[in-house]
Design a protein around this ligand. Structure first.
Ligand SMILES: *Cc1c(COP(=O)(O)O)cnc(C)c1O
Length: 360
C-alpha cells in the first residue's frame, strides 16, 4: 500500500485510522453479518450508528438542546436554496460576498426574494474579509449570510459580523470541526462534509429550533423543508447511511485526539509551518491578507505561471498531490484539513525549499 499526501480541497484526506476501521468492518459490521452499506436505515443497528454520531457531534461542538442536528443530502449547493426557502419570511436577506461560494448562495437566494449585498471583497479578488462591524442591515431582513471559510481564496472570518440582532447563517463546509465554535451565535451552521469531516454525500445542518417551522415559501418541496427532516430525525427517507457512519467515526477520532481545542492547536501549528515559509520565501508567496488567513486552505503563487505548473508537476511526482489552485484563480493551494498530518506539511515545505533552490 502506498498513500500520497493529498492536499485536495475536497473531497479530501480522511484520517487513516478511520479508513482502516471502516475496512475492518466492511464485510461484517460488528456481528450483524453485513456491511453498513447493506443494512436498513430503519434497523436497530443503524439507528445506533446515527444516534451515536449525533450525540458525539453534540458533545464535540457543545450544541445546546434548542438546536437540531440534521444529516441531509444535496451538497452545500442545494442548501443555498434551502436557506431562503425556509427563512425568507419577508423575502429579504443580507449576504456578505467573500468568494465564489458566498456568491453562488447569494445568486440562489435571488430566485426567492431580495438578496442584498451587504459587503464584498470582490474588488481585490477576495483576498481579504471586509469590515463587518457596521453593515447596512435593515429591520426587514430575515437573516445575514456568510461563508465562514473561503475554500477557494483561503480567507476566514476571525470575528463574526455584527448582524444587528438578525439571524446569522453560516456555510462552514471547509472549516467544520477545525476549531471550537460558539453555536449560540448562529441561527444556522451548515456544511458539506467532504472537506473536513467525511465522504461526499452528506450535509450537516445545525439549526436553532425556532427557525424550523411550517411557514416556508410556497412551493418548497417536502424534502427541502427543514421541519420534515427535523420531525423525522433525518430519517424521513433513506439518508446517506454509509457517509453518516464514516462521519461518526471521524467524530470519535476527533474526540480521541482531545476535541476541538486540540484540533485547533494542531491546525494552527500546521498552518504556521507553511505560512512562515511563504513569508520568508523569495519564490513563493501567499495571496491573502495576513490577518484573514485560513487555517485550512492555503493559496500561494510564484508569480510565474510556467513555474507554478512546473512546481505542481514535480510535487505530484514526489507524492504531494492536488496542489493545483482552483481553476478560476490558478497558482497553488494546499488544503491542510484536520486529517492532514503535521509531517505532511513539514515534508511539503521541505520540498518547496528544495524547489526554490533549484529554481532560484
Ligand atoms: C465545496 C463547497 C461548497 C459546495 O459543496 P457541494 O457539496 O459540492 O455543493 C459550498 N461551500 C463551500 C464553502 C465549499 O467549500
Amino acid at each position: 500500500m502506498s498513500r500520497v499526501y493529498n492536499f485536495s480541497a475536497g473531497p479530501a484526506v480522511l484520517p487513516e485510522e478511520v479508513l482502516q476501521e471502516a475496512a475492518d468492518e466492511m464485510m461484517d459490521y460488528r456481528g450483524s453479518g453485513m456491511s453498513v452499506m447493506e443494512m436498513s436505515h430503519r434497523s436497530k443497528v443503524y439507528d445506533n450508528i446515527i444516534k451515536e454520531a449525533e450525540a458525539d457531534l453534540r458533545e464535540l461542538m457543545n450544541i445546546p438542546d434548542n438546536y437540531k442536528v440534521l444529516f441531509l443530502q444535496g451538497g452545500a449547493s442545494q442548501f443555498f436554496a434551502e436557506v431562503p426557502m425556509n427563512l425568507m419570511k419577508n423575502k429579504k436577506a443580507g449576504y456578505i460576498i467573500t468568494g465564489q461560494w458566498a456568491k453562488k448562495a447569494y445568486q440562489e437566494a435571488k430566485i426567492y426574494g431580495e438578496a442584498v449585498e451587504l459587503a464584498s471583497s470582490a474588488d481585490e479578488t477576495f483576498s481579504y474579509i471586509p469590515d463587518c462591524s457596521d453593515l447596512p442591515i435593515t429591520d426587514d431582513m430575515d437573516y445575514v449570510y456568510i461563508c465562514e471559510n473561503n475554500t477557494i481564496y483561503g480567507t476566514k472570518f476571525k470575528t463574526l459580523p455584527n448582524t444587528k440582532g438578525k439571524t446569522l447563517v453560516a456555510d462552514v463546509s471547509s472549516c467544520f470541526l477545525s476549531e471550537p465554535v460558539d453555536v449560540t451565535k448562529y441561527g444556522v451552521i451548515y456544511g458539506g462534509v467532504q472537506k473536513n469531516v467525511g465522504p461526499a454525500g452528506v450535509v450537516i445542518a445545525i439549526i436553532r429550533e425556532n427557525l424550523i417551522t411550517d411557514d416556508v415559501l410556497p412551493g418548497t418541496p417536502t424534502m427541502l423543508k427543514w421541519k420534515t427532516q427535523a420531525d423525522n430525525d433525518s430519517l424521513y427517507n433513506t439518508p446517506p447511511c454509509y457517509g453518516i457512519y464514516i462521519c461518526g467515526k471521524v467524530f470519535k477520532w476527533i474526540k480521541k485526539m482531545g476535541g476541538l481545542s486540540v484540533m485547533k492547536q494542531k491546525n494552527e501549528e500546521k498552518a504556521k509551518i507553511l505560512y512562515d515559509y511563504l513569508d520568508e520565501s523569495k519564490l513563493f508567496h501567499g495571496t491573502v491578507r495576513k490577518e484573514d488567513r485560513s487555517l485550512m486552505n492555503v493559496p500561494f503563487v510564484t508569480g510565474n505561471e510556467e513555474l507554478d505548473a512546473k512546481f505542481v508537476k514535480e510535487a505530484t511526482a514526489a507524492g504531494f498531490v492536488n496542489l493545483k489552485g482552483h481553476r478560476t484563480v490558478g497558482g497553488m493551494r494546499a488544503s491542510i484539513y484536520n486529517a492532514m498530518p503535521k509531517e505532511g506539511v513539514e515534508k511539503l515545505v521541505a520540498f518547496m525549499k528544495k524547489f526554490e533552490e533549484e529554481n532560484a
